[in-house]
Ligand binder design. Structure first.
Ligand SMILES: Nc1ncnc2c1ncn2[C@@H]1O[C@H](COP(=O)(O)OP(=O)(O)OP(=O)(O)O)[C@@H](O)[C@H]1O
Length: 403
């Protein structure tokens, strides 16, 4: 558990980044901080690993004031993932991932073996290990960043807009991957984003912030979308918050018409092949054999939003429910999907993937990023030891010498 107690940060120039924040970040869950630019999200995140020191109040990690912990050591127990990954450009992927294990004094073979495991865990091919960061796509770099953060299996993971530099499709894949990892790893994750869509997709709890890090609302995604605390939060959530809420509810709530009960809807009939895989919709009234594409969804893993989307895309207004092998199980009309929406007061639904969290290992700012572009890592305390830490690692590596 991470606890902010009256935490504040006033910069020497008088800027108040955060003022008097009280917040609990529960163990093993994903807490997302979301809010407009400059509201203090990054400041809050960095208070946890002492890259920013509060000027008032305190931050507790499992009941210990982090101010009492030595920064380099603290950071080795906290995964840290930043935008554009912050990888060491001069180090191979495998050694980037092994950064913290090296810092912890693991021998090279063990550290690299662990890094190879993580490479697989984050869905990267083994041959990626030998590449340098510039030889990877943005999405692959982010995966390496996540793997690096997880390397020493830290219980806490700080993620600062980790997926915002990649395109929406890659981003969705990375979010999915994070949820999958979290369902296995159960880390305590504090995740910063300015994207409300990402916040409700990933968060077990979402903290909507206003300027100076003031909490406008703290709620689970379902409550947030259905009951915004005030007009300001509602405006921040956007006009389609109701539709977004569909993405939080499982598609298995939709009542299906089973395949054996008929495949006709009005003049449309769903054509299946011998394996029961959909071929398309036939317009019986038109008297032509031309097929219109069908759209499907997977009831066990998809949300109501996917089911509704499939229904809307179908010429018959009917989504096809598919099993894992792509065979039709049944059909669901738009009306059937909408009927699954009520009552509104149901507990929030998360698909299986959501349950968890977890990712990196505070890559000690150290090595990494810190160093380079990780720029941000700057502020602080960190700087020194970061660098220091780095050097050790670097020395072991041989490749890092010249910082
Ligand atoms: N070193 C500094 N000196 C003075 N003001 C600072 C400093 N660092 C941050 N700030 C200010 O503190 C406030 C909060 O900054 P912070 O980076 O935490 O916001 P944020 O919510 O993460 O923003 P964004 O979404 O744009 O990254 C901003 O007004 C920022 O300009």
């Amino acid at each position: 558990m991470i606890r902010f107690e009256g935490a504040g940060k006033r910069h020497p120039d008088g800027t108040i980044a955060v003022e008097g924040l009280d917040l609990e970040v529960p163990t093993g869950r994903i807490t997302v901080l979301v809010g407009p630019s400059g509201c203090g999200k990054t400041t809050l995140l960095r208070m946890v690993n002492r890259m920013v020191e509060p000027t008032s109040g305190r931050v507790l990690l499992d009941d210990t004031d982090v101010a009492k912990l030595e920064p380099a050591k603290l950071r080795r127990g906290i995964g840290y993932v930043i935008q554009q990954a912050g990888l060491f450009p001069h180090r191979k992927v495998i050694d980037n991932i092994a950064t913290v294990p090296y810092l912890l004094g693991w021998d090279r073979k063990k550290a690299r073996a662990r890094a190879a495991e993580l490479l697989e865990l984050v869905g990267l091919a083994p041959e990626t290990a030998k590449r340098y960061p510039f030889q990877l796509s943005g999405g692959q770099q982010q995966r390496v960043g996540v793997a690096r953060a997880l390397a020493a299996d830290p219980p806490v993971l700080l993620m600062d807009e980790p997926f915002s530099a990649v395109d929406p499709v890659v981003r969705a894949g990375l979010q999915e991957e994070l949820l999958r990892l979290q369902s296995e790893l159960h880390k305590t994750v504090l995740f910063v984003t300015h994207d409300i869509e990402e916040a409700v997709r990933l968060g077990d709890q979402v903290v909507v912030l206003r300027e100076h890090g003031r909490i406008a609302q703290l709620a689970d995604p379902h409550t947030l979308l259905t009951s915004p605390a005030d007009d300001g939060v509602a405006a921040f959530l956007g006009r389609d918050r109701g539709l977004r809420g569909l993405g939080l509810r499982p598609a298995k709530a939709v009542a299906l018409r089973l395949v054996g009960d008929g495949l006709r809807y009005g003049g449309w009939e769903l054509a299946l092949d011998d394996e029961r895989r959909p071929i398309g919709w036939i317009d019986r009234g038109a008297g032509t054999a031309e097929l219109q594409p069908s759209a499907g969804y997977h009831p066990d893993t998809d949300t109501l939003r996917a089911a509704l989307d499939a229904a809307v895309l179908s010429p018959a207004g009917v989504a096809v429910a598919l099993d894992a092998d792509g065979r039709a199980i049944g059909t669901a009309s738009r009306e059937a999907v909408l009927a699954a929406l009520t009552p509104v007061g149901l507990a929030p639904v998360r698909t299986d993937k959501t349950d968890t969290v977890g990712v990196t290992n505070t890559v000690d700012v150290t090595d990494s990023a810190g160093v380079t572009d990780s720029a941000g890592l700057t502020d602080t305390v960190g700087r020194t030891d970061t660098v220091g830490g780095t050097d050790e690692t670097g020395a072991a590596d041989g490749a890092d010498g010249g910082r």
